[in-house]
Design a protein around this ligand. Structure first.
Ligand code: WT7
Length: 668
């Protein structure tokens, strides 16, 4: 690791250049009259929320959820930054997502259309999904899982992932999903940090037509003494051979399959922890973001209805995110089911068996609401518009974007090729660009499709009941036309309640940069209309294909390799993935620079320590790293090198020859 202590991250000034280009953007797309007339949410919600924010959310909580015990207070903010929402209320997430729809006579409505990568399909009605979740709840209880216990989930995108999450929520167990693309080592550290009692996994999944394994990573993660895991439940997905630990391992079919389908859900306190989800921050150690029940479900359900204009009786909704990320939690496992929607779930990659797979799925299930990430859109752009043009996309009526800023070019392509069905539709579907974070739990900034005139590239307006602002260094609100730091001024229902096991770090990370305001870590600008444009992270967090990665985490993986003396990682602009990981490493004196061999070895090493998603795209071996006199690495200069620009102001370097040394070594 570099000499500087990880975590002492200076915020970088938001980049103005990006906005200069964006501010040329003056296209506006107002909702069509027909869309506006049928929209489920109107502009009245803004006024109502402005008049009394907690009362607005209390109304949503009572309208969108069935409480087994009503709450007595909407918000308790007496001990900031620790909020309590819907105080005294009791609610069961699984009952709200499942049983109540069956009780209301909607048991035959499809909850999930599952499409496996090899082409196998399964359909679950609300009645069937309810039954599966009850069985899983009984099975987990019979394995000793009780309210408050942690359950680690390491599953592919198959229905059992949603069933597992809802079964945990039903019995009050706290799930901690680890994305299937993370390594055994990443899984181990998350299992240990949360002290999980149960792990739910699968033998494997399919990736690009080939079986890929998951269970070996669980075995490896549990190979050390002193872990807390008592049982492992294994879904048979691809039938590959697995090592079996008698007494510890149980096939899903034998436990869940054999369990009773009778299970009564009881209400849990509104502030009962629902889940932990680890995310990368500015230090080497991922943070366990903690979410609780009532507020999280309320804001998830409200935003899902309002931002996607959900008509649950007729819409077919498809969010392409993996359940391993927050989007897959909030907008696959919870909100759509709470709202009684019908959704599509797809296991595989977009190019398997060919690059038109997604569009065939849209046509097959008549998807009407599609929610995906800019990186996917840019990939489809690269593959060519002829591919989606082969499918009938006329069912699409709302398009969502999430995960990173969407550039106007990708936005327009999304509108014309997907939203207008390659020009076959005269009125294109509105696009909603949604800004939020693992920490915010639910969408925070987004247009309302029946209300807002959208602008290509901007998330634009805080949602009703959400108080977002852009401030300068001193925390003063900036005028329209200026940039600064994105903050949230008032508590919101789905806000994180803390970092698992580390309340101090919660305060320090989010509530210390600006007093009394939540600092999101993003730079933003207000345009002349006061609309918000997101400009990317201002801290040492990278965004690669909408996935959050920490420079410090990858640096610490690199320096854990015996050949590396020091490492510095930057996110360099990349046409498809938004940013790409570029690492600069200094090798140890005794490590021979064996050229490509060491670079390949280091990439694999990062893959093993964190996961394939964290593998640097480029690793540059250099003789020195640019540091200030206090030892802080000047990543800005390395970013200039990585992006092929002339190196900027280097006057604060401790050694002013370093950049020349680096340039010289890279030329060789
Ligand atoms: C970071 C949060 C929200 C779920 C997926 C990512 C960036 C997210 C947008 C957007 C510009 C965005 C921000 C944020 N981000 N959505 N619509 N426009 N930037 O969740 O992994 O917690 O990452 O993603 O930089 O801070 P996450």
């Amino acid at each position: 690791m570099s000499q500087q202590t990880p975590g002492t991250t200076a915020t970088q000034a938001p980049q103005g250049d990006a906005f200069e280009n964006l501010s040329q953007e003056n296209r506006r797309f107002a909702p069509s009259a027909g869309f506006a007339a049928n929209a489920v949410v109107t502009s009245a919600d803004y006024a109502e929320a402005d008049a009394d924010r907690p009362a607005f959310w209390a109304k949503q909580a009572r309208e969108l959820l069935s409480w087994s015990k009503d709450f007595t207070q909407a918000l308790d903010w007496s001990n900031p930054p620790f909020a309590k929402w819907f105080v005294g209320g009791e609610v069961n997430a699984a009952y709200n997502a499942l049983d109540r729809h069956v009780e209301a006579g909607n048991g035959d409505r499809v909850a999930i259309y599952f499409e496996g990568e090899p082409g196998d399909t399964r359909t679950y009605t609300y009645a069937q999904l309810t039954e599966e979740v009850k069985k899983a709840a009984n099975a987990f209880e019979s394995l000793g899982v009780a309210k408050g216990d942690r359950v680690a989930v390491y599953l592919p995108m198959i229905p059992e992932a949603v069933i597992t999450l809802l079964a945990c929520a039903r019995i009050g167990a706290i799930h901690s999903v680890v994305f299937g693309g993370f390594s055994a080592e990443a899984l181990r550290s998350r299992i240990d940090d949360a002290e999980a009692k149960l792990v739910v996994t699968a033998d494997g999944t399919y990736r690009r037509g080939k079986p890929s394994a998951l269970k070996p990573a669980v075995d490896e993660a549990l190979a050390h003494d002193g872990h807390t895991v008592q049982n492992v439940v294994v879904v048979k997905r691809n039938g590959q051979d697995v090592d079996w630990h008698e007494g510890r391992d149980h096939w899903w079919a034998d436990t869940v399959g054999a369990a009773s389908a009778e299970h009564t859900a009881v209400g849990h306190d509104s502030e009962h922890p629902l889940f932990i989800l680890y995310t990368s921050g500015t230090t080497g150690k991922p943070k366990g973001i903690l979410h609780t029940t009532g507020g999280y479900l309320t804001q998830g359900a409200y935003t899902h209805k309002a931002v996607f204009d959900l008509h649950p009786e007729t819409d077919v909704y498809w969010c392409t995110a993996d359940v391993g990320w927050i989007t897959g939690h909030s907008y696959v496992a919870y909100a759509p089911l709470i709202n009684g929607a019908t959704q599509v779930m797809y296991e595989g990659t977009p190019d398997s068996p060919h690059q038109g797979r997604w569009w065939e799925i849209v046509e097959k299930y008549k998807v009407s609401i599609l929610y995906t990430a800019p990186t996917a859109i840019r990939t489809f752009m690269k593959w060519g518009k002829e591919i989606p043009a082969k499918s009938d996309l006329s069912s699409i009526r709302v398009l969502g974007s999430v995960g990173e800023p969407i550039n106007p070019e990708a936005w327009m392509w999304y509108r014309e090729v997907i939203g207008a069905d390659s020009g076959r539709k005269s009125i294109p579907a509105p696009i909603v660009d949604t800004w939020w974070q693992t920490e915010t739990g639910a969408q925070m900034i987004a247009p309302l499709p029946g209300v807002t005139a959208t602008k290509p590239g901007s998330a634009q307006v805080p949602l009703p009941g959400i108080a977002v602002d852009v401030v300068d260094e001193l925390g003063e609100s900036v005028p329209n036309g200026s940039g600064g730091y994105l903050v949230i001024r008032e508590p919101w229902p789905a806000m994180l309640r803390g970092i698992w096991g580390d309340p101090e770090r919660f305060k320090e990370t989010y509530w210390s940069r600006f007093e009394t305001m939540y600092f999101a870590g993003d730079g933003a600008k207000k345009d002349e209309d006061g609309d918000i444009w997101l400009l990317g992270r201002v801290d040492d967090v990278m965004n690669v294909s909408g996935h959050r990665l920490s420079t410090a985490e990858i640096e610490s993986a690199l320096v854990s390799h015996p050949a590396v003396a020091e490492a510095a990682v930057v996110g360099a602009a990349d046409e498809t993935t938004g940013q790409a990981v570029v690492a600069f490493v200094i090798l140890r004196g005794d490590a021979v620079d064996s050229g490509d061999a060491i670079v390949a070895e280091l990439r694999n090493h990062v893959g093993k320590e964190i996961g394939p998603i964290a593998k640097p795209k480029t690793i540059l071996v250099v003789p020195e790293l640019p540091k200030t006199r206090s030892g802080k690495i000047m990543r800005r200069l390395l970013k200039d090198v990585a992006e092929g620009r002339e190196v900027g102001d280097a006057t604060t370097l401790a050694d002013n020859t370093v950049m020349a040394q680096i340039a010289h070594s890279l030329k060789k």
